[in-house]
Design a protein around this ligand. Structure first.
Ligand code: HRO
Length: 315
């Protein structure tokens, strides 16, 4: 039976037939993996965050699945900006699907250098500037330093005229929600993506009496069930504080249609799936689409707009 329920959404001028995307970093480092996502039910794909040159990343073991999700300290292994930019130029808009190009320089200068290259290229899609990688030893997450965020955006928007999104770390205090929103509202940011993994968690194996990943003494970014309430809080708190023109991608703890429904209720325009996509691969996009459609059907919703941001509070 043909459903009259739509999972279509939009960010800026960019239309997505389905609000589900992969999260940067999971099964998206090669063109083969990216092609697979574009061939699935996802509304588009996001590339592994790129650095100016290819990187091998941190030493293994650098990712460990747990019963509640995963911990990683990959350290930005990637094929370098040229590789992903070429893919993005060739595939953006193909079959009505968007390619989001993710970049994560190790300094402001590297980010500006990459944005200049993207500005000069034929790529006309969305670029996602990752200001929240928790796994580079000796580098703190730019997203926690609001003056540094202001500096990078001031430099970027002095020449970058294409649509720009920002991948942000999780915030935990109302002062942080207020502080980052105040900065972002001063710039023509197209969207934000919240949240990156919760940085510097520690998983302990009591059998071996050891940490489970090698880099940084075992500290790494948490994803999966651990992070959903924090992700929902960030989507909600920032939706309440950002200019309405700034869209929000909700990322964190999504493994079912119910999880997507909750992210949209908090205000997400699109959502990205990381840990669970790592576990299940591309069939997850069809399964979650069906689950979300069933929830909407039961509740009598035909579009995401009918419930987006409409989370109720208790009087
Ligand atoms: O590559 C990584 O270690 C990594 C990145 Cl860039 C990121 O943004 N988030 C994460 O959990 N891992």
């Amino acid at each position: 039976m043909q459903s009259n329920i739509s999972l279509a959404s939009q960010i800026g001028d960019y239309k997505f037939d389905n609000l589900l995307l992969n999260a940067a970093g999971i099964r998206c480092a090669t063109t083969e993996e990216l092609d697979k996502i574009l061939d699935s039910d996802a509304g588009g794909c996001v590339t592994k965050s790129a650095t100016p040159e290819p990187r091998k990343g941190n030493e293994s073991p650098r990712m460990k699945a747990t019963s509640m999700g995963c911990i990683n300290s990959m350290g930005l292994p990637n094929h370098g900006l040229d590789y992903y930019l070429k893919f993005a130029e060739a595939n953006q808009g193909k079959n009505g699907k968007q390619v989001i190009l993710s970049i994560a320089g190790l300094s402001i200068d590297q980010n500006i250098e990459m944005l200049k290259k993207i500005q000069a290229s034929s790529f006309a899609g969305l670029t996602e500037l990752n200001l929240s990688c928790p796994n580079i030893a000796g580098k703190s997450q730019v997203g926690y330093d609001f003056e540094a965020v202001r500096d990078v955006l001031t430099s970027a928007f002095s020449f970058f005229k294409k649509p720009l999104g920002l991948k942000l770390p999780p915030y935990f205090d109302f002062n942080q929600f207020d502080g980052i929103a105040e900065v972002l509202n001063d710039f023509p940011v197209t969207y934000i993506n919240v949240i990156n993994s919760i940085g510097n968690g520690l998983v302990v194996d009591p059998e071996t009496e050891s940490v489970v990943i090698k880099p940084k003494g075992g500290f790494g970014g948490l994803g999966g069930d651990y992070v959903k309430p924090t992700a929902l809080a960030n989507v909600r708190a920032l939706r309440q504080r950002l200019r309405p023109e700034i869209s929000i991608i909700g990322t964190g703890g999504i493994k079912s249609g119910k999880d997507v429904f909750e992210h949209v209720l908090c205000g997400a325009n699109l959502v990205q799936i990381g840990t669970a996509f790592g576990f299940d691969g591309t069939p997850i996009f069809e399964r979650i689409s069906k689950e979300l459609t069933a929830i909407m059907e039961k509740k009598g919703y035909k579009t995401l707009d009918e419930f987006r941001g409409k989370l109720k509070t208790i009087e």
